[in-house]
Design a protein around this ligand. Structure first.
Ligand code: ADP
Length: 435
């Protein structure tokens, strides 16, 4: 800029000199300034026209200040083109990498319209790119569970659904938020895992089924022998009683395994009705007192008399029984067990089984609903449980769209809460539900 100033001042000084010599310095200065202004305006208009051509603009054959402006612009454009080439190369490589990923990846905008999808998405989700770009994904993949998942915030667990492109193929989808309101959908083919899981379930169900009959027979004979008055049985009483106890336990485990298999088999429809919970809980409380026997647990029931729940009675009874009997089995003699049945603030029917036993160490709580998980393995096997009780409760609650919550504090006790969805709330005939 100093160069420009110097040159301009020099030109003006020359003009002033010429004007002074001719006797009209001001006129010369004025005409000279206009001339300079006109020249710069002309160069500006030329530059504007060149730049309007976009990438095809040309350096004008001009020296001085305007020559410098053109060469700076040219340098900037070269740098920009180099950066663009670099970015395109990186983007190309990134796209190649994403395209090679075996999982389907679909980028969605804030209204869940497809921005971009890789090859696996075309294969697994049946998308056609670029034709489907801009279409809402829910209109392209229409499975109800998938559409509901897309509409939700996209929980961490994701959703399983059959692949629209190929029958028998199962996909698992997750949504990952990014940018401003955009989401990335990742769908993985889990057909193999699904089949293995099915094989495992069938195996457990078949083995349990096959073992049930012989065990029932053995158990029956053992009980007959124990009931017999035959004097030669007398000396075998102790081993026979031990055998009857163990075979009874095995039978109990098998019944629970079969129950879990039935619960896991989603295809099986179970009968649902309004379940009279206050009566069911009162009966369970009596059974719990009988189970406690000489250990003298104090079992109390506080149930809303007008509150029933819609569901499968057999499953709900099993869930409640597991919680109530656990509270007796896993607490010291004389402990207090409170069974509460009420509607919470959100209008959801809740069953709460609280005890003032020893409580459960915090690190065990997340794992309690795993099959055969026990806090104190040796002691609790003696307590008569199968190790499957809480797994059953969790599955029953899942099947009814509810949740199992566990709160426990060492030395204070444990509270197990089964929360059913509000729409399952029913009123007992002739009574109105409180709350
Ligand atoms: P189990 O047949 O052993 O009772 P569950 O699945 O019902 O199996 O329970 C798993 C474990 O959770 C139990 O072995 C016990 O350690 C613990 N548990 C369950 N209920 C209670 C409770 N009310 N108080 C303390 N521990 C409990």
């Amino acid at each position: 800029m100093l160069g420009l100033l110097g040159r301009t001042l020099l030109a003006l000084a020359g003009l002033a000199g010429a004007g002074w010599l001719s006797g009209y310095p001001l006129t010369f200065l004025l005409l000279g300034s206009w001339g300079l202004l006109a020249w710069h305006l002309y160069q500006l208009v030329r530059l504007e026209r060149e730049l309007a051509k976009g990438k095809d603009w040309r350096i004008q054959d001009v020296g001085g200040l305007w020559g410098e402006v053109y060469s700076q612009l040219f340098k900037l454009q070269k740098q920009y083109e180099q950066r663009e080439r670099l970015l395109k190369g990186t983007l190309g490589k990134f796209r190649e990498a994403i395209a090679a990923v075996p999982d389907a990846a679909v980028a969605l905008d804030d209204s869940d319209a497809v921005l971009w999808a890789n090859q696996a998405a075309e294969r697994l989700l049946g998308l056609h790119m670029p034709q489907d770009s801009g279409q809402r994904l829910a209109n392209l993949v229409r499975h109800p569970a998938f559409v509901a998942f897309l509409g939700s915030a996209g929980g961490e667990e994701g959703v399983e659904f059959p692949a629209p492109s190929e029958s028998g193929r199962i996909l698992h989808a997750r949504l990952i938020p990014y940018g401003q309101g955009q989401r990335l959908l990742i769908a993985t083919d889990i057909t193999r895992m699904h089949r293995l899981e099915q094989v495992r379930r069938d195996f457990v169900a078949n083995v349990s089924h096959e073992l049930r009959t012989p065990l029932t027979v053995i158990n029956g004979y053992l009980e007959t022998l124990l009931d017999s008055d035959d004097p030669c049985i007398e000396r075998w009483q102790r081993p026979l009683r031990g055998m009857a106890q163990q075979s009874g336990r095995m039978l109990h485990i098998i019944e629970d395994l079969l129950m879990l298999s039935r619960l896991e088999n989603d295809a099986e429809r179970r009968p649902e009705k309004a379940v009279a919970m206050p009566e069911l809980l009162a009966a369970l409380a009596e059974d719990a007192i009988a189970l406690s026997g000489e250990r003298g647990h104090q079992v109390q029931v506080a149930a809303d008399p007008g509150l029933w729940v819609q569901g499968c009675e057999k499953e709900i009874r099993s869930a409640c029984a597991n919680l109530v009997f656990n509270a007796v089995r896993h607490t010291p003699a004389g402990s207090r067990v409170e069974i509460r049945w009420f509607v919470d603030e959100q209008g959801c029917p809740c069953l709460q089984v609280a005890d003032n036993g020893e409580g459960i160490p915090a690190q065990h709580i997340p794992r309690l609903t795993e099959r055969f998980y026990r806090v104190d393995k040796g002691r609790q096997r003696e307590s008569g449980g199968t190790g499957l009780g809480l797994a059953i409760v969790k599955h029953v609650m899942q099947r009814h769209g509810g949740q199992l919550g566990i709160i426990s504090q060492l030395g204070v006790g444990s509270t197990f809460t089964c929360r059913f969805p509000a729409e399952r709330r029913r009123m007992s005939p002739g009574k109105s539900a409180l709350g």
